[in-house]
Design a binder for this molecule. Sequence first.
Ligand code: F6P
Length: 527
Amino acid sequence: MTRCDSTQAWAALQGHFQAHGRDLDLREAFARDPGRYRAFGFEAPEVYADLSKNHLDAATLHFLLDLARECGLPAQRDAMLRGEIANATEGRAVLHTALRAPAGLGPFSDEVHAVLGAMLNYAEQVRADGHITDIVNIGIGGSDLGPQMAVRALESFAQGGQRLHFVSNVDGHDIAPLLARLDAKKTLFIVASKTFTTQETMANAHAARDWFLSTGGGRTERHFAACTTNVAAAAAFGISTTFGFWDWVGGRYSLWSAIGLPIAIAIGADNFRALLAGAHAMDRHFAEAPLAQNLPVVLGLMDVWYRNFHGYTSRSVAPYHQGLARLPAYLQQLEMESNGKRVDLGGKALPYGTSPVVWGEPGTNGQHAYFQMLHQGSDVIPVEFIAVKHPTHKLAEQHRMLLANCLAQSQALMLGKTAAQALAEQAPTASADIEPEVLAQHRSFPGNRPSTTLVLDQLTPRALGALIALYEHRVWASGTVWGINSFDQWGVELGKALCGQLLPRLRSGDTAGLDASTAGLLQRLTA
Ligand code: F6P
């Protein structure tokens, strides 16, 4: 496959960037083209995307789509969806899409639907079990972030009175205070780990089991379940209720599998099936929509445009829905673990940037924290707003306030304010100690700062499924253009190995052979 920076489209994009792209002014672009909002509006299942406030024009999109074709995106997408090896460094297929395909469709359908049916039956059983008041999911990374984000997002669809808790950190401050509040007889622990070897999860699972046994919880079979591809290890731990999945489900793509058990317990089987259906609708859009209307592909291409041509190194996500509070954390793993790579498939170092830093907070909270930097800081940071039309509460005026804030922020980023405008607005006595012209400079905004707004009708299970699948495929699209493997995560291994070597030294205090900094710190922490 031709590397992206050797394609004709890349060269064309470079020329286009120099000639027009770099200097595109959004205010002028809207003034010139009254059809801009419509031209850069994309309809996908459950999600409308307004890309018109981005540094794009028709030519940019044209060249980016050429880039996608020259990098072989359609053929690579189809091969992945068919189940060919798309994760070469681990020799695995990548088939999270198979987890949400209706029965009888797609690869591994029988296995997928057998586990799904069993997992959903169990979830309904737990929901109906009046003795269980608290469910604790023990897992980390993909075995925590997806379920936690979705349970929070779909809180208003949870009819049961059971409480769900998520424990991930090996730090005992995570699990200890939780256990102190729980009644072992009324608690169900779900040990969620693809590998069933992850240090943090195993440590917390052992702590939970010790606590359970020492506080008279009763039969562990009734109070522990596991979601894992390593059924033998779960059995060795003493868990008999296990829901399996497969090596072709990446950890950060696994909320649709047995790892989704806490979601199913929270919202019930029908709602969980709606979540899968929404993701499947987005999968079909990704598989079938022409590239020019294919929202995940277009968003992934825009990420390439911003990262490699504009040189923007980060993207801020601002969900204007409190239920999506954990979405930025979830996206950090999805995007940065997937595309935080520096060599191509052939192992050669890449001369261009890959994953941006993804970060954010729900609006309006972010506005009162770091939006200052987004509006007036020295870096341009594209912002992704997520607006939801219908709330699930009855505070209509507060919802209008929320949406007004969301629209105002993208408008302010784009419009900015000149020093002359600021000066004209200033009361003559604004401050006795500062020249009015100087103050006006502080109060001016450069504007022309790009943003995307994604719009959902309501944050339903179906809409959330579609939104998450949109992000998954978008990450694939940029990763595929960059020619990297978006499905491995070797970068987490070195730290794990060194931790394994340091742990005995934490017990003994032995610092022999360590670098001076690590030795000094270890001594300070242990002496
Ligand atoms: O952080 C590395 C990682 O392997 C993630 O990719 C994964 O989601 C997480 O650890 C947890 O892994 P497991 O589900 O096997 O416990």
